[in-house]
Design a protein around this ligand. Structure first.
Ligand SMILES: Cc1ncc(COP(=O)(O)O)c(C=O)c1O
Ligand SMILES: N[C@@H](CCCC[NH3+])C(=O)O
Length: 434
């Protein structure tokens, strides 16, 4: 069995995370429960940052908070010296509430509203990643009305087909995000932005997709963008100070996945950018990246109580848990795969394959197909690994199921960082007919 970070088995034979017994966590906080290994998140953040520091490259590692945005998480990101990528007014609001330094916040999104852009300007955030011509015009008008200047990056689509699931591909030409780099759109956007003196155009941004295992896509994107930067330096005397290559670094969900370490992704990127800069005799830009999944994904484990089961003779056995697509929609949305063990007997020998069903009223609400497990008993707990990214952040109240609590564990201590939703919470916004 593969254990992540501080996860292991304690003297009682139970799963332990961050020095805390997982069975005791379930007793204390209930299930389903998201448990985050804080030291693993710190290790990942330091891994990205250290590589830039060791190679003397000016950089910002911005945590893509869409992966998991809560006040405690953003405070941890700040403690670790990360910048922050937000993608909506809600994520920005959470960052402000967490006390995150606004000058280190970058704002993304392909359809930011006037209200969201005004909020960003009012909070004097670090930069806005402008996605399209509509936004360029809207932001220009808001800057004029408020007589404010703002730093911007232009998001471009470099025309890269990264190898990942279609729904999380973003760098290809036919994408809803960004200005096309090849067909002249990006150049047009740059010319428009440079004409307006309320914009400080820092440079370019691209994000080619998510859960990517190779560096080829990042290097190709860098090559295409730096070539354009060189062209624009010569034609408009525009020197990009920032090259932002986005996030998307893959992690290990199952034994089929073979990701690189944060330091390996970063080293390869630095090497390629340095080569290109030398080739074009340009100034080295700052390199910014935006990891989400690779900072928090493998630090999260979801604990579930096992409940009903159903045998389809000769076909399969279904085992249902007390959560499902309401706390982890990734298997239904992307056919994502996970590994799991019994938290109260993680080392017990597997004797059969069972398929883990959620409790939602959907046939597609299956968390894991054909999971090897020991024979299960009442009160067994299932621990599903690697649920830290896009689990809680994509959780929903389908079937009016309250969202689970979130606990951070570190050095033998558990801290509740998000309370479990209650039935009253579910009705908080409802109004009666009369
Ligand atoms: C612009 C942007 N940056 C960063 C990320 C973070 O991606 P990941 O969680 O795969 O690192 C995303 C999501 O894919 C994104 O759209
Ligand atoms: N939600 C996706 C990734 C989102 C990508 C955002 N640009 C996932 O769970 O894999």
């Amino acid at each position: 069995m593969y254990f992540y970070g501080t996860t292991g088995v304690n003297g009682k034979g139970n799963l332990e995370i961050g020095g805390v017994d997982a069975v005791e966590l379930a007793e204390q906080f209930g299930t389903p429960l998201y448990v985050y290994d804080v030291s693993l998140m710190r290790e990942r953040a330091r891994g990205f940052k250290k590589t830039f520091e060791e190679q003397n490259v000016k950089a910002q590692v911005a945590y893509a908070s869409k992966a998991f945005s809560t006040i405690a998480m953003l405070q941890l990101a700040e403690e670790e010296g990360l910048s922050l990528d937000v993608v909506s007014g809600g994520e920005l609001y959470t960052a402000i509430a967490a006390g995150f330094p606004s000058e280190k916040i970058h704002f993304h999104g392909n359809n930011k509203s006037r209200e969201e852009l005004e909020m960003a300007l009012d909070h004097k955030i670090g930069c806005i990643v402008v996605d399209n011509f509509y936004e360029l015009e809207l932001l220009k008008n808001i800057c004029l009305e408020k007589n404010e200047t703002i730093s911007i990056l232009l998001r471009v689509t470099p025309g890269i087909e990264a190898h990942t699931h279609d729904y999380i591909l973003t760098g290809q030409e036919d994408s809803k995000f960004g200005f096309d780099l090849q067909n002249g759109q990006a150049e047009e956007a740059l010319k428009t932005a440079l004409r307006f003196n309320h914009f400080d155009v820092l440079g370019l941004h691209c994000h080619i997709g998510s859960q990517i295992f190779e560096t080829t896509g990042f290097l190709l994107a860098a090559e295409k963008i730096v070539a354009k930067m060189n062209q624009w330096k010569n034609s408009f005397n525009f020197e990009a100070k920032v090259l932002n290559l986005g996030g998307g670094f893959g992690i290990r969900y199952t034994s089929e996945d073979e990701p690189l370490l944060p330091s390996q992704y970063v080293s390869e990127i630095i090497k390629e950018v340095k080569r290109l800069i030398e080739q074009y005799s340009m100034e080295m830009p700052e390199i910014w990246i935006e990891p989400g999944r690779s900072l928090v994904g493998d630090a999260g484990t979801t604990l579930y109580q096992i409940g009903s089961s159903k045998e389809v003779p000769g076909v399969r056995k279904y085992l249902a848990v007390d959560g499902g697509m309401s706390d982890n929609i990734r298997p239904a949305l992307y056919q994502a795969k996970y590994e799991a063990v019994l938290a109260n007997r993680p080392l017990a020998e597997a004797i059969e394959k069972v398929s883990i069903a959620g409790k939602c009223c959907e046939s597609g609400d299956m968390l894991i197909w054909d999971l090897p497990l020991p024979e299960t008993e009442d009160d067994d707990l299932l621990a599903v690994f690697c649920t830290g990214a896009y689990g809680y952040s994509m959780a929903n109240n389908y079937n009016r199921i309250p969202r689970p609590a979130v606990v951070f564990v570190e050095n033998g201590k558990a801290t509740l960082v998000v309370k479990r939703e209650t039935y009253e919470d579910l009705l908080r916004l409802d109004l009666p007919l009369k």
